[in-house]
Structure formats: C-alpha cells, structure tokens
Design a protein around this ligand. Sequence first.
Ligand code: HEC
Length: 441
Amino acid sequence: MTRCVGTTGSWAWLAAALAVLSACGGDDAGAAAGGGVQAAVSYYRDVKPIFDARCAGCHSDGGVAPFSLEGHETAASWAAPIKRAVVERTMPPWPADNRCAEYVGDRSLSEQQIQTIAAWVDGGAAVGDPADEGPPIDPPASAALARVDRTLEMPVEYTPQTGPDEYRCFVIDWPEDAVRYVTGFGIRPGEQRVVHHVIAFIAAPDQLAELDALDAADPGPGYPCYGGPGLKPRWLGGWVPGGGSMIFPQGAGTRIEPGSRLIMQVHYNTLTAGKLPDRTAIDVTLESSVEREGTMQPWANPAWLTGDSMLIPALESDVVHRWGADPSRALAGSEPIEIHWVGLHMHTLGTRARLEIERAGGGSECVLDIPRWDFHWQGNYKLAEPKVLEPGDKLSIECHWDNTPEKQPIIDGQPRVPGDVVWGEGTTDEMCLGTFYMTGR
Ligand code: HEC
C-alpha cells in the first residue's frame, strides 16, 4: 500500500504539489491494487474517457475492430496488447505524421494520453470507482452530411468469398437525368465487421462498354479489383472506418454527367468476423450548380504506368521513386489552385510515402507524410487549412519500398518469392499514387 507523502512541517508545500501527481489527495481505491503512483490510475477516472473518445468508434459490439473497449472487463483482458499498440502508435490508426500538416478529425493520442494508458496497464488495469468517472473527452471531429439527396446501394447483397482480404468492385447506376455536382460523400457500411475501406469512382458514359465487359467477365455481382477498378475512371471519394464523410469545401462540387455509373471498390477483411454478407451504400449531397468545380485528382508520374520506369528491383530494401509537376495545368487555365483533401496509395511492399509542395521561388512544404505505410489503413486526410499552389509551384510525390523476403505479401498461403516489381493493379504489382481534392481559387 502506498503511503502519501507526509503533510506536516516544512514539506507541506511539496506534499501538496506531489498530491496532484500521485492522486494522494483524491480517491485512493486504485492505489491498493498495485502500489506506487501508477496504481492510482483507474479505468473509470482516467482511461475510460480516452477509450470512449478514441477507440469505441471501432472497438464496440458489431464494430470493425475485433473486440469491444466499452467496458472494464474486456479492456483489462486486452491490457498488454493495448499498451503495446498505443505506445507504438499503431492504435488508434492514424498513419499520417502530424508534424507535416494539420488535419481535421485527427484521432491520434497525445503523449500524455499514451502515458496514462501505459501507467494504467503497468498498475494492474485497476477498475476504480464508477462514481469517479472522468469528464468526457471530445471525440475527433467526424463530419456527417448535413443533407443526403441520394443513397445508392450495391445492387444486391454480396458475401466475400476469399479471405482474409478481398477487393471487389460493384457497379451502381447513377440515377440523375441532368448534370449534378456532388458536394458531400459518405459511406454506409452494410456489415461494419467486414468492410475495411471503400473508394468510389465515376465511370463516364463513354466508359460503360469497357465497364460492362469487366463486370460480365466475372460471375456474381461486380468483379475482383485489388489495385483499382480496371478502367481509368475519375475518383469520387474514399472512406475508412471511423473516418466520417467527405464534405467538399464551400461552393465546390464534383461534376457527374447523366448516364454515368459509380464503381464502388470495397475492401473486405474477414479475419475476425468471418465471411458475412454485406450491402454497402453511398450517400451523396447534390447541387445543380456550383461556384467552382472540384475534382479528386490522382497524382503519379504518367511514365510509371508503362514499362519498367517505376522498377522496384528484387531484394532491395529501400527503393525510391519521386516525381513532381505543376497541378494547375490539370485545370484549364493557369490560376492558383487549392488542395483540400489528400491521400496516398501503395501496395504491400510500400514503407513510406510523402506529398510535398516545391515552391517556384525555392523551399518546400509538406502536405502529407506517411512514415510507416500500412496497406490496411488508407485514409483521406482533410487539411485544416487548404494548401494554395501558384502556377509554377510543383507538387511532388515520393514513395519507398522494401522488396526483401521479409516484406513479401502472402499469396495462396505462401510468401511471394521476391521478383522485380513494376506499376500495376494486381497483388504482385505496386503503385505510388497520390490523390487530392482540388479546386480553383
Ligand atoms: C478506426 C478504427 C479503430 C480505432 C479508432 C481504434 N482501433 Fe484498435 N483496431 C481496429 C481494427 C480494425 C483492429 C484489427 C486489426 C487491424 O485491422 O489493424 C484493431 C486492433 C486493435 C488491437 C489488437 C491488435 C494490435 O495492434 O495489437 C488493439 C490492442 C487495439 N486495436 C487497441 C486500440 C485502442 C486502445 C484504441 C484507442 C486508443 C483503438 N484500438 C482505436 C480499429 C480501430
């Protein structure tokens, strides 16, 4: 049993100061459990508010994560893995480096929150007194669409066939009969326990024959699509669990022609919940006209897509490819552009990636940096302040890969034998692709 620092004599001032640290002044229930300062950290007072705000969005019954963090009992039984995951910052999933730029909805833990959880685990995961429950912490901003004009569902239910990961593209009719602009985009996962991420693309009317051929070539609803949807459709938006909706900046929207179709790429992960049926839907907010057209711009060196110009030689542990260009040329005219949302995409050999502005006048500015690439957590990040690029500024993308035996994907139960890798959409290919939502100024 810990004894509080003596509170008499000339050390009273110090005792009072230390009481804040050791919680001697407060309820001492936790201290009896393990002894020392750490034992004073209790579930109800210190840890539950963090779990509620930063974990329970996914770690709840029926959520995407494999166990619930909504009660003391399961949380305590997972104590050791929880400490490891938060100290190593693999949980909550937030692969972006916050020193690069500020993003809306940042769900990473502060250093102090990590220390609180670690101290709780070290002190024996004490429960404490429910009456002492600490004040709630604001959950990360997770935007919900203010208005849903259309909900577009997968045409039929689908049960993933291959495990643990399956990537499948579903084709959805676009019901509008005039030009519309999407100003907000959200995903309603049908079966939360298996839907791991979703990307929606827009197939233009002149791409439908190609799309029909892909769809028809595979039995069952939709078709397999690991690295992309096969044709070169425009991007509409993406979603990962806990990520909320994409609300495009004021006055901006993505144009969709009547007669288009949406392609919804769903990544199913069936490792924990099994092969459960799913019917996921897309929600959109629509306008008939907007002040400025926005577009989700894919960003990669066009040369990488053919031949071996993005060669990742077998057995090399740090292969780098980098390229930059002026994105204002992708919009008609030579006006400044704004970048609002950013994302990066590689496959499983990827180790880190970065998007950066190279100013025409010299200097550079980080836009998105993923220092430890995780193929399973490919989010879109909303910049707290849009980045403005003047004509002549370049946006560069840099990707790193490890093509040694340890990094190889498991294919049919076996790690792949390292071979030279180039750009492609298959499991044994790689990509180095940025995406960003851009508008004129
Ligand atoms: C955005 C969803 C999400 C949030 C938020 C989240 N998790 Fe997870 N967590 C998952 C998923 C999904 C898995 C299963 C493994 C995987 O897919 O990465 C997982 C696995 C884990 C595991 C077991 C695997 C490991 O890494 O050891 C631990 C422990 C864990 N989470 C702890 C936490 C804690 C603690 C928090 C909050 C501080 C948290 N998670 C927040 C989705 C989430």
